[in-house]
Design a protein around this ligand. Sequence first.
Ligand SMILES: NC(=O)c1ccc[n+]([C@@H]2O[C@H](COP(=O)([O-])OP(=O)(O)OC[C@H]3O[C@@H](n4cnc5c(N)ncnc54)[C@H](OP(=O)(O)O)[C@@H]3O)[C@@H](O)[C@H]2O)c1
Length: 264
Amino acid sequence: MDLKLKGKIAFISGSTSGIGFATAKNLLVEGMEVYINGRTSKSVSSAVKKLKNQVNGAKVFGLVADFNNPEEVRDLLNKLPEVDVLINNVGIYDSQSFFETSTEQWNDQVQVNFMSGVKLSQYYLQKMLNKNWGRIIFISSECAYLVPIDMISYSTTKAAMHALSRGLAQLTKGTEVTVNVIVPGSTLSEGAKDFLANKAKLEGVSQKEVEQTFFSDERTQSLLERFASVDEVSNPIIYLCSPLSIATNGSVLKVDGGSSGGIL
Ligand SMILES: NC(=O)c1ccc[n+]([C@@H]2O[C@H](COP(=O)([O-])OP(=O)(O)OC[C@H]3O[C@@H](n4cnc5c(N)ncnc54)[C@H](OP(=O)(O)O)[C@@H]3O)[C@@H](O)[C@H]2O)c1
Protein backbone atom coordinates (compact mmCIF):
# COMPACT_ATOMS: atom_id res chain seq x y z
CA MET A 1 0.00 0.00 0.00
CA ASP A 2 1.33 3.46 -0.90
CA LEU A 3 1.03 5.50 2.29
CA LYS A 4 1.76 8.71 0.31
CA LEU A 5 4.39 9.87 2.78
CA LYS A 6 7.31 10.33 0.37
CA GLY A 7 9.12 13.66 0.82
CA LYS A 8 7.22 14.69 3.95
CA ILE A 9 9.20 15.83 7.02
CA ALA A 10 8.83 14.24 10.48
CA PHE A 11 10.21 15.03 13.92
CA ILE A 12 10.14 12.32 16.60
CA SER A 13 11.04 13.28 20.19
CA GLY A 14 13.13 10.75 22.16
CA SER A 15 13.95 8.54 19.21
CA THR A 16 17.51 7.23 19.52
CA SER A 17 16.07 3.89 20.67
CA GLY A 18 12.85 1.98 21.33
CA ILE A 19 9.48 2.82 19.74
CA GLY A 20 10.76 6.19 18.46
CA PHE A 21 13.73 4.60 16.70
CA ALA A 22 11.55 1.90 15.09
CA THR A 23 9.12 4.59 13.94
CA ALA A 24 11.98 6.63 12.44
CA LYS A 25 13.17 3.55 10.56
CA ASN A 26 9.69 2.75 9.20
CA LEU A 27 9.05 6.38 8.13
CA LEU A 28 12.43 6.41 6.34
CA VAL A 29 11.41 3.25 4.49
CA GLU A 30 8.34 5.22 3.31
CA GLY A 31 10.68 7.88 1.86
CA MET A 32 10.19 10.56 4.51
CA GLU A 33 12.83 12.99 5.77
CA VAL A 34 13.15 12.20 9.49
CA TYR A 35 14.63 14.21 12.39
CA ILE A 36 15.42 12.08 15.41
CA ASN A 37 16.23 13.31 18.92
CA GLY A 38 18.03 12.35 22.10
CA ARG A 39 19.93 14.03 24.95
CA THR A 40 23.53 13.59 23.81
CA SER A 41 25.37 14.06 20.52
CA LYS A 42 26.92 10.63 21.02
CA SER A 43 23.58 8.78 21.22
CA VAL A 44 22.04 10.87 18.43
CA SER A 45 24.91 10.44 15.95
CA SER A 46 25.12 6.73 16.71
CA ALA A 47 21.36 6.33 16.04
CA VAL A 48 21.60 8.38 12.81
CA LYS A 49 24.44 6.12 11.67
CA LYS A 50 22.45 2.98 12.53
CA LEU A 51 19.42 4.22 10.57
CA LYS A 52 21.57 5.07 7.53
CA ASN A 53 22.92 1.51 7.64
CA GLN A 54 19.45 0.00 7.95
CA VAL A 55 17.65 2.06 5.28
CA ASN A 56 19.19 2.68 1.86
CA GLY A 57 19.37 6.38 1.00
CA ALA A 58 17.82 7.39 4.35
CA LYS A 59 17.32 11.14 4.74
CA VAL A 60 17.81 11.16 8.51
CA PHE A 61 19.14 13.96 10.72
CA GLY A 62 19.77 14.29 14.45
CA LEU A 63 18.74 17.05 16.86
CA VAL A 64 20.22 16.98 20.36
CA ALA A 65 17.96 18.36 23.11
CA ASP A 66 16.94 17.34 26.59
CA PHE A 67 13.21 18.00 27.00
CA ASN A 68 13.92 18.80 30.63
CA ASN A 69 16.03 21.78 29.53
CA PRO A 70 14.00 24.74 28.16
CA GLU A 71 17.01 26.36 26.45
CA GLU A 72 17.87 23.18 24.57
CA VAL A 73 14.22 22.85 23.49
CA ARG A 74 14.24 26.48 22.23
CA ASP A 75 17.42 25.76 20.22
CA LEU A 76 15.86 22.63 18.74
CA LEU A 77 12.79 24.56 17.57
CA ASN A 78 14.99 27.23 15.97
CA LYS A 79 16.86 24.54 14.06
CA LEU A 80 13.68 22.91 12.69
CA PRO A 81 11.13 25.62 11.82
CA GLU A 82 8.56 23.38 10.14
CA VAL A 83 7.46 19.74 10.02
CA ASP A 84 4.61 17.83 8.37
CA VAL A 85 4.48 15.17 11.08
CA LEU A 86 5.16 15.64 14.80
CA ILE A 87 5.43 12.51 16.94
CA ASN A 88 5.44 13.30 20.67
CA ASN A 89 7.15 10.11 21.74
CA VAL A 90 9.60 11.05 24.51
CA GLY A 91 8.64 9.56 27.87
CA ILE A 92 10.41 8.66 31.10
CA TYR A 93 9.16 6.12 33.60
CA ASP A 94 10.22 4.26 36.69
CA SER A 95 8.73 1.98 39.31
CA GLN A 96 8.37 4.00 42.51
CA SER A 97 6.13 4.40 45.55
CA PHE A 98 3.74 7.39 45.45
CA PHE A 99 4.92 8.31 48.96
CA GLU A 100 8.56 8.34 47.87
CA THR A 101 8.12 10.24 44.60
CA SER A 102 9.71 13.66 45.15
CA THR A 103 8.38 16.93 43.77
CA GLU A 104 11.47 17.03 41.56
CA GLN A 105 10.61 13.61 40.10
CA TRP A 106 7.01 14.78 39.47
CA ASN A 107 8.33 17.91 37.75
CA ASP A 108 10.76 15.91 35.60
CA GLN A 109 7.99 13.61 34.37
CA VAL A 110 5.58 16.48 33.73
CA GLN A 111 8.25 18.38 31.77
CA VAL A 112 9.52 15.46 29.69
CA ASN A 113 6.33 13.44 29.18
CA PHE A 114 3.73 16.20 28.95
CA MET A 115 5.17 19.70 28.50
CA SER A 116 7.40 18.48 25.64
CA GLY A 117 4.21 17.81 23.66
CA VAL A 118 2.71 21.16 24.69
CA LYS A 119 5.80 23.11 23.56
CA LEU A 120 6.26 21.24 20.28
CA SER A 121 2.56 21.46 19.39
CA GLN A 122 2.43 25.19 20.23
CA TYR A 123 5.28 25.69 17.77
CA TYR A 124 4.21 23.40 14.92
CA LEU A 125 0.39 23.19 14.98
CA GLN A 126 -0.31 26.75 13.78
CA LYS A 127 2.12 26.22 10.88
CA MET A 128 0.34 22.98 9.96
CA LEU A 129 -3.02 24.78 10.04
CA ASN A 130 -1.62 27.57 7.84
CA LYS A 131 -0.57 25.10 5.14
CA ASN A 132 -3.67 22.94 5.70
CA TRP A 133 -1.81 19.66 6.25
CA GLY A 134 -0.18 18.00 9.23
CA ARG A 135 -0.16 15.14 11.69
CA ILE A 136 0.44 15.28 15.43
CA ILE A 137 0.64 11.96 17.24
CA PHE A 138 0.98 11.59 21.01
CA ILE A 139 2.48 8.36 22.35
CA SER A 140 0.59 7.61 25.56
CA SER A 141 0.59 4.35 27.53
CA GLU A 142 -1.74 1.63 28.82
CA CYS A 143 -0.83 3.16 32.21
CA ALA A 144 -3.17 6.09 31.44
CA TYR A 145 -5.98 3.51 31.89
CA LEU A 146 -4.45 1.01 34.33
CA VAL A 147 -2.70 3.51 36.66
CA PRO A 148 -0.39 0.93 38.32
CA ILE A 149 0.24 1.90 41.94
CA ASP A 150 4.00 2.05 41.36
CA MET A 151 3.61 4.40 38.35
CA ILE A 152 1.10 7.02 39.50
CA SER A 153 3.10 10.08 38.37
CA TYR A 154 3.86 8.57 34.95
CA SER A 155 0.22 7.50 34.47
CA THR A 156 -0.95 11.00 35.38
CA THR A 157 1.26 12.61 32.72
CA LYS A 158 -0.05 10.17 30.10
CA ALA A 159 -3.72 10.72 31.06
CA ALA A 160 -3.19 14.50 30.74
CA MET A 161 -1.84 13.91 27.24
CA HIS A 162 -5.24 12.54 26.15
CA ALA A 163 -7.01 15.79 27.10
CA LEU A 164 -4.31 17.83 25.36
CA SER A 165 -4.58 15.76 22.17
CA ARG A 166 -8.39 15.97 22.06
CA GLY A 167 -8.25 19.73 22.65
CA LEU A 168 -5.73 20.25 19.85
CA ALA A 169 -7.79 18.08 17.48
CA GLN A 170 -10.70 20.44 18.05
CA LEU A 171 -8.51 23.29 16.74
CA THR A 172 -8.14 21.41 13.42
CA LYS A 173 -11.85 21.48 12.47
CA GLY A 174 -12.35 21.74 8.71
CA THR A 175 -8.66 21.21 7.86
CA GLU A 176 -6.42 18.37 6.65
CA VAL A 177 -4.58 18.38 10.00
CA THR A 178 -5.22 15.60 12.52
CA VAL A 179 -4.17 15.01 16.14
CA ASN A 180 -4.40 11.55 17.67
CA VAL A 181 -3.16 9.39 20.53
CA ILE A 182 -1.53 5.97 20.28
CA VAL A 183 -1.68 3.82 23.42
CA PRO A 184 1.11 1.23 23.53
CA GLY A 185 0.99 -1.62 26.00
CA SER A 186 4.07 -3.36 27.34
CA THR A 187 6.65 -3.09 24.57
CA LEU A 188 10.13 -4.55 24.55
CA SER A 189 12.09 -1.34 23.99
CA GLU A 190 15.51 -0.65 25.51
CA GLY A 191 13.76 1.47 28.18
CA ALA A 192 11.42 -1.39 29.04
CA LYS A 193 14.37 -3.79 29.31
CA ASP A 194 16.02 -1.40 31.83
CA PHE A 195 12.70 -1.06 33.67
CA LEU A 196 12.44 -4.85 34.01
CA ALA A 197 16.04 -5.06 35.24
CA ASN A 198 15.36 -2.38 37.90
CA LYS A 199 12.17 -4.11 39.02
CA ALA A 200 14.06 -7.41 39.31
CA LYS A 201 16.68 -5.71 41.47
CA LEU A 202 14.03 -3.98 43.61
CA GLU A 203 12.14 -7.26 44.18
CA GLY A 204 15.28 -9.39 44.61
CA VAL A 205 14.35 -11.82 41.82
CA SER A 206 15.77 -12.62 38.38
CA GLN A 207 14.77 -10.61 35.31
CA LYS A 208 13.34 -13.76 33.76
CA GLU A 209 11.05 -14.24 36.77
CA VAL A 210 9.84 -10.64 36.50
CA GLU A 211 9.01 -11.17 32.83
CA GLN A 212 7.23 -14.49 33.54
CA THR A 213 5.05 -13.17 36.36
CA PHE A 214 4.34 -9.83 34.67
CA PHE A 215 1.51 -11.14 32.51
CA SER A 216 0.16 -13.70 35.00
CA ASP A 217 0.07 -11.24 37.95
CA GLU A 218 0.08 -7.67 36.65
CA ARG A 219 -1.21 -7.46 33.06
CA THR A 220 -3.84 -10.13 33.60
CA GLN A 221 -6.19 -8.60 31.00
CA SER A 222 -3.58 -8.80 28.24
CA LEU A 223 -4.87 -10.80 25.30
CA LEU A 224 -1.45 -10.80 23.66
CA GLU A 225 0.21 -12.23 26.79
CA ARG A 226 3.67 -11.07 25.75
CA PHE A 227 5.59 -7.87 25.19
CA ALA A 228 4.88 -6.30 21.80
CA SER A 229 7.86 -5.59 19.57
CA VAL A 230 8.71 -1.97 18.79
CA ASP A 231 7.76 -2.57 15.13
CA GLU A 232 4.32 -3.90 16.13
CA VAL A 233 3.71 -0.61 17.97
CA SER A 234 5.16 1.56 15.24
CA ASN A 235 3.00 0.12 12.39
CA PRO A 236 -0.21 1.94 13.44
CA ILE A 237 1.85 5.10 14.11
CA ILE A 238 2.98 5.04 10.48
CA TYR A 239 -0.64 4.65 9.34
CA LEU A 240 -1.74 7.68 11.39
CA CYS A 241 1.05 9.73 9.74
CA SER A 242 -0.38 8.94 6.30
CA PRO A 243 -2.87 11.09 4.35
CA LEU A 244 -4.94 7.88 4.15
CA SER A 245 -5.85 8.27 7.85
CA ILE A 246 -7.63 11.65 7.41
CA ALA A 247 -10.94 10.37 8.87
CA THR A 248 -9.25 9.54 12.17
CA ASN A 249 -8.99 12.73 14.22
CA GLY A 250 -9.24 13.39 17.97
CA SER A 251 -9.05 9.63 18.44
CA VAL A 252 -7.26 7.19 20.69
CA LEU A 253 -5.83 4.08 19.04
CA LYS A 254 -4.90 1.29 21.45
CA VAL A 255 -1.92 -0.92 20.62
CA ASP A 256 -1.87 -2.48 24.08
CA GLY A 257 -2.52 -6.15 23.27
CA GLY A 258 -5.93 -5.75 24.93
CA SER A 259 -4.44 -5.00 28.35
CA SER A 260 -6.59 -2.00 29.24
CA GLY A 261 -9.80 -4.03 28.77
CA GLY A 262 -13.31 -2.61 28.49
CA ILE A 263 -14.94 -1.20 25.38
CA LEU A 264 -13.63 2.38 25.42
N1 LIG B 1 8.18 0.47 26.27
C1 LIG B 1 6.99 0.33 26.78
O1 LIG B 1 6.63 -0.75 27.33
C2 LIG B 1 5.99 1.44 26.67
C3 LIG B 1 4.65 1.16 27.01
C4 LIG B 1 3.72 2.18 26.90
C5 LIG B 1 4.10 3.44 26.50
N2 LIG B 1 5.41 3.68 26.20
C6 LIG B 1 5.76 5.05 25.78
O2 LIG B 1 6.37 5.02 24.51
C7 LIG B 1 7.34 6.06 24.39
C8 LIG B 1 8.68 5.46 23.98
O3 LIG B 1 9.08 4.57 24.99
P1 LIG B 1 10.29 3.54 24.78
O4 LIG B 1 10.15 2.52 25.85
O5 LIG B 1 10.37 3.16 23.36
O6 LIG B 1 11.52 4.51 25.10
P2 LIG B 1 12.99 4.14 25.54
O7 LIG B 1 13.43 2.84 24.97
O8 LIG B 1 13.02 4.36 27.01
O9 LIG B 1 13.77 5.28 24.77
C9 LIG B 1 13.91 6.48 25.36
C10 LIG B 1 14.26 7.49 24.29
O10 LIG B 1 13.96 8.74 24.81
C11 LIG B 1 15.12 9.56 24.81
N3 LIG B 1 15.04 10.41 25.98
C12 LIG B 1 14.90 10.06 27.28
N4 LIG B 1 14.82 11.17 28.05
C13 LIG B 1 14.88 12.22 27.21
C14 LIG B 1 14.85 13.62 27.38
N5 LIG B 1 14.74 14.16 28.61
N6 LIG B 1 14.92 14.44 26.31
C15 LIG B 1 15.05 13.90 25.05
N7 LIG B 1 15.10 12.58 24.82
C16 LIG B 1 15.02 11.76 25.89
C17 LIG B 1 16.30 8.62 24.80
O11 LIG B 1 17.37 9.24 24.14
P3 LIG B 1 18.88 9.36 24.73
O12 LIG B 1 19.09 8.21 25.65
O13 LIG B 1 19.68 9.29 23.47
O14 LIG B 1 18.91 10.68 25.39
C18 LIG B 1 15.74 7.47 23.96
O15 LIG B 1 15.87 7.79 22.59
C19 LIG B 1 7.38 6.75 25.76
O16 LIG B 1 6.57 7.89 25.74
C20 LIG B 1 6.79 5.73 26.69
O17 LIG B 1 6.16 6.33 27.81
C21 LIG B 1 6.36 2.72 26.27
